[in-house]
Design a protein around this ligand. Structure first.
Ligand code: HEC
Length: 94
């Protein structure tokens, strides 16, 4: 009887608390580089214009350097196809 009660009670508690738990979860919005630069000024200065900085840019006509006009590239036995769908840049690894 006790075991049966526990088996019913524990899932019931989770079911009842689940919405409250989900509401209390912290959100982690993207804060962007300017927030980090407030404290990390030297790192931010070194990062500006680096390959990593440029790689984080939004993909558009000005920032994408590769040829995405239905081209492909094979490296280490893996072929990747580059194409466009509307304004999106698509890479398919095969
Ligand atoms: C309010 C000030 C502040 C802000 C804003 C801040 N940091 Fe920091 N960060 C620090 C301090 C202080 C340290 C510890 C430095 C130390 O131990 O020498 C640190 C350490 C770090 C480290 C570890 C460095 C190491 O050598 O181990 C990284 C990585 C880092 N921060 C990244 C970021 C990023 C990414 C952001 C933005 C999302 C950010 N920080 C925003 C103050 C800040």
């Amino acid at each position: 009887m006790l075991i049966r009660s526990i088996c019913v009670l524990i899932p019931a508690v989770f079911i009842l608390l689940k919405p409250a738990l989900a509401e209390n979860l912290p959100t982690s919005p993207y804060v962007g580089e300017k927030v980090c630069a407030n404290c990390h000024q030297e790192q931010s200065r070194q990062w500006q214009g680096s390959h990593h900085d440029l790689a984080m840019q939004h993909a558009n006509e000005e920032t994408v350097l590769a040829d995405f006009s239905d081209t492909s590239l094979t490296h280490d036995g893996v072929t990747s196809k580059f194409s466009r769908q509307g304004g999106k840049f698509i890479v398919n690894g095969i």
